[in-house]
Design a protein around this ligand. Structure first.
Ligand code: UD1
Ligand code: MG
Length: 407
């Protein structure tokens, strides 16, 4: 690639400095623009608090996303500007186009997320639009990198060989990755600090992986990823500061989409999507666990976040009501087995609800509450963030010692 190790170090140092400035900017801007957001009606009710009427400014991901873009634009000026000073060297057009399209995709998702916050888009758009937004990126991938081969596990090599070229399927996979990352973060949400917190932990994990790989033959991809991730982590951390319990700002879908697309972009351009997915283990579990509700095999209320118990000042697993006559028999049978395994909680209503059947909303947040019992909202977020950190540690074990066994 076009950058020397020295050049990378200088660029990363500059990037880190601007990122910190960006983080401070986000931290200071959020309280300053709160009244503007509230005035514009960009607010949400904090559902796990005693006073459900008090409004919290929503879509603060807009501040994070805008500052992230500003940092990246300034950084590009510095990192690529040095080439203007040395006209004898060829300008790295390929790398430049990778940066520009990455920012284009991220910017599109920021816009889509904001549109979703304001207009409440239907599910089908949430699935189609990220796919369309990733098209320019796929084109750049085709032109610059173009590799559509995947390395086969040792077990399959006698039959398939060391690598397999999956051609167009690889492009479909990459487009799906964008849809997946944006939506999995968005549905692992609902308690103060979780959306921004999980982003910071997963982002820092990918960045650590990039730093380890900086000395590998793929150094440029990892350097590229770091240049996006450092400002991303810094600005998200500042958002977390305001979003953590008790939340003074909500991130909005603006942030969850922006965040998911950033992960997808670095995974695609860096050609390390499997590793990125390893850092998404809690999100993947939450998605798989949610499938019955997402595909409406089980009723899915508008909000699946935990229920606030005022007497205890704690949150507990929230529930959806099941209409037994409308349920398919095999779904009900499967749920009963899962109930035995303590993976879901089925319950007959009592008092005015007697006869009705209830099931916990199928999210990792509620499952955690089923196992731990009611708990304080702030504690719950911390527990889930510690789980995210532990799963990142496990991801490193899988990626390094274990992957060598299989790959
Ligand atoms: C997703 C989830 C939904 C969950 C919601 C919470 C699915 C299919 N959708 O929907 O179940 O309830 O996220 O973000 O799983 N809120 C809080 N406290 C928080 C964060 C959010 O009370 O810490 C509430 C606020 O009222 C806020 C609203 O959730 O206004 C934001 O929800 P939104 O992001 O629009 O929901 P979805 O992403 O559509
Ligand atoms: Mg959301």
């Amino acid at each position: 690639a076009s950058v020397t190790p020295n050049g990378m170090a200088v660029s990363l140092a500059i990037n880190a400095v601007i990122s910190v400035v960006g983080g401070v900017m986000v931290a200071r801007t959020i309280p300053a623009v709160t009244f503007m957001f509230l005035k514009a009606g960009l607010s949400g009710r904090d559902l796990c608090k005693p006073d459900k009427e008090s409004k919290v400014p929503e879509s603060m991901g807009l501040v994070t996303g805008c500052v992230f873009l500003i940092v990246m634009f300034l950084f590009l000026g510095v990192a690529f500007g040095q080439h203007f000073l040395n006209p004898t060297k060829l300008f790295p057009h390929a790398a430049f186009s990778e940066y520009l399209t990455s920012l284009l995709c991220i910017c599109c998702m920021l816009l889509l997320g904001f549109a979703d916050d304001v207009l409440n888009l239907k599910w089908r758009y949430k699935l189609v639009l990220p796919t369309v937004a990733s098209l320019p990126l796929l084109m750049v991938y085709y032109v610059n990198l173009g590799s559509t081969t995947v390395v086969m596990p040792k077990l399959l090599r006698p039959w398939i060989g060391l690598t397999l070229n999956i051609g167009p399927l690889y492009y479909i996979y990459m487009a799906m990755l964008a849809v997946f990352c944006t939506n999995t973060i968005n549905i692992y949400a609902g308690i103060n600090g979780l959306e921004s917190g999980q982003t910071v932990v997963a982002g820092a994990s990918v960045a650590l992986f990039n730093i380890i790989e900086l000395s590998s033959s793929q150094a440029f991809s990892h350097y590229f990823s770091l240049c996006l991730l450092l400002p991303f982590i810094a600005t998200s951390l500042a958002l977390y500061y305001h979003n953590r319990y008790p939340a003074r700002a909500f991130v909005g879908d603006t942030f969850t989409y922006f965040s998911g697309m950033t992960f997808a972009v670095v995974a695609i351009i860096g050609h390390f999507s499997k590793t990125v997915l390893l850092f998404f283990m809690p999100q993947i579990f939450n998605f798989l666990y949610s499938i019955p509700q997402l595909f409406r095999l089980v009723p899915c209320p508008r909000h699946r976040l935990p229920r606030y118990n005022e007497k205890l000042d704690k949150v507990e697993a929230s529930e959806a009501e099941i209409n037994e006559s409308e349920m398919r028999w095999w779904v009900l049978a499967a749920l009963k087995v899962l109930h035995r395994l303590k993976l879901v909680h089925l319950r007959r209503g009592t008092g005015p609800d007697s006869g009705k059947l209830f099931i916990n909303n199928l999210t990792l947040i509620n499952l955690t509450l089923l196992w731990s019992g009611p708990c304080h909202e702030g504690t719950l977020t911390n527990t889930l963030l510690i789980l995210q950190i532990l799963s990142s540690a496990l991801a490193f074990v899988i990626r390094y010692p274990l992957a060598d066994l299989f790959f």
